[in-house]
Design a protein around this ligand. Sequence first.
Ligand code: SME
Length: 160
Amino acid sequence: MTISTKHEEILQETAALVENVTDWKTTLSAVCAVLRKNIPYYNWVGYYFANFETQTLHLTAFDGPPVEHQVIPFGKGICGQVAISNENFVVPDVNAQDNYLACSVHVKSEIVIPLFMEGKNIGQIDIDSNTIDPFTPADEQLLETINAQVATIIPTDYLN
Ligand code: SME
């Protein structure tokens, strides 16, 4: 798949961010903001990270309206399922999902892409959209590449 010019520009912007880190969580929020600013159907963009001891995901950085789900148990909702499956989860229509945690009545679709560090699924990027069925394989490719960039700035404590 050829990468679009728009996605190339985004990746250049996020690459520059991860190369200049003072505080990694601030950088992560900035990465979320770049995505949300550039892609009209990305209405909320956030990163959750796993605590393997408590088997929960924790909202660590985001851009968009505040959300209720700061902590999500493994297995619950789309995010919690990805913590277990280690696979991308694209949801064209959230209303068709049984195991889904609603954040806003406006959200119609969602994409969650796991973030791997040294081969371990330690977290994920989660994007909510107010558009129905907007995500394509190009979104998955973009977000996988961004997660690989972001993995370089996450403290290794997150492997535990
Ligand atoms: N909808 C998610 C919960 C997180 S919010 O989208 C920010 C889920 O079902 O896991």
